[in-house]
Design a protein around this ligand. Structure first.
Ligand SMILES: [Ca+2]
Ligand SMILES: [Ca+2]
Length: 317
């Protein structure tokens, strides 16, 4: 209880500071909205391909995935697709994204965009288990479904948490969040035919994958492997994928600078993408909801709702 009051007091103090500093966020209702201890402390691992410098954040509606073609941002919620101008204005949404799916779906994990089409990792998700995984291909203008590919159950994949397109080899990659295979494998499909190609064994396997993106021959995954209540950061890893059945995993970035109210890290990592026109890493992070084993059990002190934000990091080599 004492902690609760202390956190609230810190939040109120932060809001007062923000207003005193001429911050333009006075219309925002939640104290948590203005809370920020982002100190730029996120650090790349010793074997990282890039250095990452925090640029800023913008709030979005969806809590799952982020993608960009360099012109606009696309965001997925569990049951919605959204399109944003880079200034942050919402310009299109589709809150009936499962219309036309050949098999019933009720959950979207991540997304990617390539050549005017959005690639959606969709499934029927119930009680922590996914089934009927599908790759939905949506029109990037209308956000509506154009076609869908079924997954291959023999792959062993139990869920789809994220998806990306290797635009060079024309391969779609998916991650899973559920089951013993979560993090142990990523799953490959043909971009053109939707045919299942193979799964790749990650060494070592990162825990609880939530995002995947492709950049210049490498894959990158976000892992919800930090326990927020213990102040542990979530992480980004690089996968040096080849034609072999396994691929080595290297630590890229620890997200130690996620915004917070008080001392507790309330952030939970989701999808990732790279804006190749700006050289920025984009990572969707939710905060405020207290999540245990994937289930929201209420809000952290200082929050009355969950806030979904995209963090931007300038990448340099
Ligand atoms: Ca997710
Ligand atoms: Ca976490």
């Amino acid at each position: 209880m004492r902690d609760h009051r202390r956190v609230k007091a810190i939040a109120v103090a932060l809001v007062s500071l923000a207003i005193a500093a001429g911050c333009k966020n006075q219309s925002q209702s939640s104290a948590a909205k203005d809370a920020s201890t982002n100190d730029g402390s996120s650090k790349a691992g010793p074997g990282a391909a890039f250095a990452y410098n925090f640029v800023g954040t913008f709030e979005v509606k969806g809590r799952q995935g982020i993608a960009t073609d360099g012109k606009v941002y696309y965001v997925s919620g569990s049951k919605g697709l959204y399109k944003y101008e880079k200034s942050g204005n919402l310009i299109a949404s589709n809150e009936s994204p499962f219309d036309g799916y050949p098999t019933a779906a009720n959950h979207i994990g991540g997304i990617d965009v390539f050549n005017g089409e959005i690639f959606v990792g969709a499934e029927h998700f119930m009680d922590g288990v996914g089934k009927d995984i599908q790759i939905g291909v949506h029109d990037a203008d209308t956000l509506k479904l154009k076609r869908a590919f079924k997954f291959e159950p023999a792959s062993g994949q139990l869920e789809v948490s994220a998806i990306c397109v290797d635009t060079d080899k024309r391969v779609i990659w998916m991650t899973s969040w559920v089951g013993e295979e979560s993090g142990r494998y990523i799953y490959a499909y043909s971009l053109d035919s939707g045919t299942y190609l193979r799964k790749v064994h990650l060494q070592p396997p990162p825990q609880w994958l939530q995002g995947i993106h492709y950049l210049k021959g490498k894959l990158y995954v976000t892992a919800d492997d930090g326990t927020a209540d213990l102040g542990e950061p979530d992480n980004l890893y690089r996968i040096d994928v080849t034609d072999k059945s396994y691929a080595l995993v290297t630590h890229e970035l620890a997200f130690t600078d996620v915004k917070r109210v008080g001392d507790i890290n309330q952030g939970e990592i989701e999808g990732s993408a790279v804006d190749q026109t700006t050289g920025e890493l984009l990572v969707l992070i939710n905060r405020g909801s207290h999540i245990v084993l994937g289930m929201p059990i209420g809000f952290y002190p200082g929050y009355d709702r969950e806030i979904s934000e995209v963090y931007r990091y300038k990448m340099t080599q």
